[in-house]
Ligand binder design. Structure first.
Ligand code: ZN
Length: 61
């Protein structure tokens, strides 16, 4: 099977107009200042919130 027709530059550009990547939203950790994702534990110190703190590099089990 072959494409029925050549995709024009405009059609290609229009399709790819939604493909741009955005930088992740980073916030500074209030404990150590390292950039971290909001609502996620800090990879550096494990701080998640005032109540929850995980030891760094502790995966499940
Ligand atoms: Zn931290």
């Amino acid at each position: 099977m072959l494409p029925q027709g050549r995709t024009s530059k405009m059609r290609k550009g229009t399709r790819r107009s939604h493909h741009a990547l955005r930088a992740p939203n980073l916030v500074a950790c209030p404990k150590c200042g390292q950039a971290k994702l909001p609502h996620a534990a800090c990879a550096n110190c494990g701080y998640a919130s005032a109540k929850v703190a995980l030891p760094p590099e502790s995966e499940e089990s």
